[in-house]
Structures are given as structure tokens and as C-alpha cells.
Ligand binder design. Sequence first.
Ligand code: ADP
Ligand code: MG
Length: 701
Amino acid sequence: MSLYNLNTSISYLKGVGPNRADLLKTELGIHTFGDLLNFFPNRYIDRTQFFKINQLQQNYSEIQIIGKITNIKTVKQKRGSRLVATFRDETGFMELVWFRGIKWIKDAVKINTPYVVFGKVNSFNGVVTMAHPEMELLETYKKSLRTAMQPIYASTEKLTNKGISNRLVSKMIQHLFKELGLEFKETLSKSIIDNLDLISKSEALFNIHFPKKQELLTKAQQRLKFEELFFIQLQLIRKKIVRKAKIKGFNFEKVGEHFNNFYKNKLPFDLTNAQKKVLKEIRKDIGSNAQMNRLLQGDVGSGKTIVALLTMLIAIDNGFQAALMAPTEILATQHYNSLVELLKGMNISVKLLTGSVKVKERRILHAALESGELDILIGTHALIEDKVKFNNLGIAIIDEQHRFGVAQRSKLWQKNELPPHILVMTATPIPRTLAMSVYGDLDISVIDELPPGRKEVKTAHRYDANRLSVFKFLKEEIAKGRQVYIVYPLINESEAMDYKDLMDGYESISREFQKPDYQISIVHGKMKPADKEYEMQRFIKGETQIMVATTVIEVGVNIPNASVMVIESAERFGLSQLHQLRGRVGRGAEQSYCILMTSFKLSNEAKIRLNTMVETSDGFKIAEVDLKLRGPGNIMGTQQSGALNLRIADIVKDAQLLKTARKFAIDLLTVDPILKSPENIFIRAAYQELSKNSTIWSNIS
Ligand code: ADP
Ligand code: MG
């Protein structure tokens, strides 16, 4: 029986000691034996292959050669000196070079004794060299536990400088296995292991660190990736179940007069099947006794607003108030106007609350809200100020979810003794795999169908040099009565450069499109809300034909007659932003266009983004490309998620496995919600252990 277990401090491991233990803790977060055991290699080098010196070319990295050192000498140079050894095999010679640790190496090296050297090859003046090679006597190499597939562990500059090399880490892990043995607690049930043909936990742990061959490594990775994803899903789904059981919500029992009247007499079109499906999902939620917490995804133009309105009508039918929150004043105003229009002739009171509502008006509004006289309140952040008190808020709908923090969301909850139902609407399509990992505890609805009759926006990429022909095209479209957006990047509000670009652009457009034939609106973030609104209104009313803007128009604005979107410096925008912007056009009956303007100089990534935009208008496909380009941590709205701090799995590459893991987690919890069945005893123990202390779990929102 070993004195050690997984919780033993790493400083007790042979070869570690207090100093190295400190480094391991601060640099890699390794505190215990268990942490080190679960510190998996990043990659592996195939050390089954040996090279001969006469096969070497420049820039071979990480190769190994067997040979002997025949000569070693110190060479003085301008600053310090270097150690140079001549290394030979039967095909030729090369040089091994050291710049540090010279004295130590010179003493330790054995002349004319076979070594295995390993490292990156370079060539200087026709001589092949390897700097700071890893070296091992051939004899020792043959005897070592180290395997053909050599694991490479993550490291940091500090660790390297303090001499904690990859080889040393490998050694530590060898000691670890010697101390702990080869048997580790199983964490999955027999049925899952059999079902997916997985190897055992013990086998997986051994083979992830010491794979003898590729097949075993693949098996080990498969098992450990599955396990990681499975336990995250288990946690997320458990959380959802608990939330549904614990957080009581208002029960909107009936669909009443307002809803039915609107549906029969006012609805200006038939709902798409996707809208009907989503509405059904929502109705099921709000008609149960649990609080709804649902994310509604739908591409730009898919018709989320009407779903929001119908949902609010159900709340009103049940005697409750409803709130709709938008990220910008322009959007809130637009929602307000279209809702007022839609609800004309119905006995429902709607008000708008934004930063620019005057104090006096605001007071009246507050009073009406508190007395319950007001049915629907639409607004910006102003909605969640402390002074705003609802009489009985039944549902809060948040448009464009990524603009609001979670803290703000929960603030909305506190207006009542019971939390209102929450519906978060987003036009940023989140790839399924990402949604599963980040929002796995929310319910998700998707509107995956556009209203009928939409024409796909024709998208083209043009270089700045073709500007004249682009202007000509714009004039033709304007002559047909269309309106045009010209958007400039504004990556950083305070970036003076960006404003200069915008203003320069505005000037040259004004020269090209002169009054009185052409009228131009301009909108940007530094303008006063009232001025913005004025310019916006001129465009909406069709008094201006061109809207020059920064990305303030990114979200939600709906002007069907605007059918051309020109995006300047399109290479500076991310994919999701480009997609959002393009969504501003294609809302009317006319053919719409999106023109992506760039300079000739483009990075490879920018080229991929532009091509993707030209090739597809499917928001989910675009989001998948975005995820692949930028990795999960950079996708809008997911940065804070701990569910993305994965040890070994990769939600992009292991998407299929993730789906499998989620399915198994759901199936398991459906049958055994509190993991009490004897066959799930290992899962239960592992789950409890993970929930207790691992960092992966602590910051799942
Ligand atoms: P988004 O999902 O981007 O918020 P909107 O709700 O603004 O989309 O809807 C975009 C446009 O499509 C609006 O003009 C709306 O009236 C219209 N629309 C929504 N649903 C339908 C439908 N089922 N049939 C026809 N037009 C629809
Ligand atoms: Mg919208």
C-alpha cells in the first residue's frame, strides 16, 4: 500500500521538492499527485524513426539521430562562448551546439559513446547543427520506460528557464505511476463503457502518458475526451433539472382574448412553421409551474419580434406585465413603433423607456408601471434601473443577448417575489456544439427558417481600386428608388483613426453623390441620441438615399427599402459582424446586394471570412466557420464560460463526441436523475468529486 494518494501534495513526489512544487503550482496549476496525473500531454512525437546525418536538411524539427561525439571544444565569441561538439554516424558528421550550461555539459559528455540526440536541425554555412539537443546514452534509452510515442507537455518560459524540461516532467510522471501503481478508480458505468467500447480509466491514464503505439493512444484519448465532455454535460443537465424543479415561476394557464384577437384579426402574415414550433415550446414553458429560461436563436430577419409579441400577449392575458429590452435606443424605438402599429385598435398600453425620456414623462411612466396600468414596457438598459418598478412583471424578453451581462439579467428577476420568465433572443447563431457546452443548462429554441419570399442577398467582394464601378452601381440602384448603407468599421469607440476613416469616407461620398440629387444621412456613436434619431428618421422616411454609418446600425434595424449594404474595410470585421450587417438588407421584396470592400492586402484568415460571406448566407454555417477560425473562447458571449476550459477534448474537433456525451448524459439522468442506482455508483462518486473541487466546474455560469 502506497503512502501516497491523488490528494498528496506534489512536493512529496520524488524529484520534485518544495521549489519545483512551487513552480508547478504557479505555472501549471499542479498542486497534487492527482493534478499531475491529469496533466495530459499536448502532443506526441513519434520516436520510432531515426534519421541518418546525410538525410538531414535544414529546418527539420524534432528528429532523432544515433551517433557518437568525437570531439568537443569551447569556442570564444564576442559575448560569452559556446560549446561545439562534432557528432558522427556512419554517414557523416554534424555539430551539436550549446550556449548555456557549457561547463556542466562538457564534463558530463562521454566521448566516443553511442548517444541518441533529439532536437531541431538547422544549417549554418553548410554545416548541419542542432542547438541544445536532448541527449541520452543509447544504452539508457533502450532500457527506459519511455516509449516510442514521446509525450510533449505544455510548458512555460519560466519552467524552461528553471530547468523543468519536458524530459523532467516525463520523469516525474514515471515516478508518479511507480508511487500510485497502475490501478485507478473507474469513473464510468459498465454499460457506458461497453456501449461505446471504451478502455478502462486505468488503461487510459497509462496510455495517455506512455503510449506504446498510436492505436493505444487513440483509445486513451477517446476515453478521456468522452469522460471530460460527459461530466460537463452531466453537470449542465443536472443544473437544468434542478432549476426547473426548484425555481418556481408564474403559470400562464390560459391563452386568452388578447392573444386570440391578435392572432385572428391582426397578424399581418401566416407564421412560419419554425415560428409556430418555437411558440409552442415557449407556451409549454410558461404554462408549467417553473420559470422559463429560454434562449431563442434566429437568424436576422427570421421573425423573432412577432414571437416576442405573441408571448407578451399571453402574459397580459394572464394579468401580467411584460418587458422587452433592446441593446440600443434606435432598436428599442423601432420595436416600440412596430409594436404600437401592430397593436393598433387593441386595448393594450405600451410605453417606451430610454435614456432620453424626460424626467416628467418618466415619472408618469413609473407611476403607470407601478399601478399596473401599463401592459408592455419597451426600452434599453434604462429598464433595469432601480427606480423602475413593475406592478407584476410576468415576462422579460431580452433582444440580442450578447449585449447584456448575466448580472443585468438577474437584476430583472428581482422585481417580484417570483422571477419573471426570461426569453433571450439572439440573432448571433451559435453553433450547436458551442451552445451545448456554454448554454447546456438553458433551453434553446431555434427559428431555422426565413419567412417566405425572401431573396438571398447577392454578395460580392470588391477591391478599393474598383470603387468607381461600385459608385456607378449604387447610382443605378438609387435611380430605381432603393436606399444604400455604407458602413465603416468602428472597432474601438475611442479610436480617433476610425473616426477619421469615417469622416474621410463621408466627404468623398458627399463629393460623388452631390445635392440636390442625393441626400445623405450619417450616424455614428459620438453623436447625441437626438441627432442620431433625426438622421435615422430621415433615412427611414426615405428623405435620404444613403446612410453612412459605423456599426451602430449593426443590430436589428429594419428598413425594407434599403437594399444595398456596402461594408468598407470589410477585412477588419469579424464573420458574425459581417453577417449581422448583411442582415440589414434583404428585408423587402427587391433583390438586395452586399458589397465587401477591401484593399489588396489580405491575411489568409480575412480571405476565408470574405469567401465564406460570398458563398453562403446561412448564419449557422457562418458561425461554424467562425468557430473554427477563432476557437471557442472568442465567440461572442461565450468568453466567460468555464465549460470551455477543456483539458483534452476540443469542442470543434470533437463535436461528434460531444453530441454523444450529451446524449448519454441525458439518457442517464432520465433514468436515474440522482445517480442512485448501484450500477452508476462510479459516476456518482466522480461527479461529486468534480463538483467539489475542480476548476473546470467552479466558473460555469
Ligand atoms: P428578426 O428575427 O431579425 O428580429 P424581425 O422580427 O424584425 O426579424 O422580422 C423581420 C421581418 O420579417 C419583419 O418585417 C417582419 O414583419 C417580417 N416577418 C416576420 N415573420 C414573418 C412571416 N411569418 N411571414 C412574413 N413576414 C414575416
Ligand atoms: Mg430583431
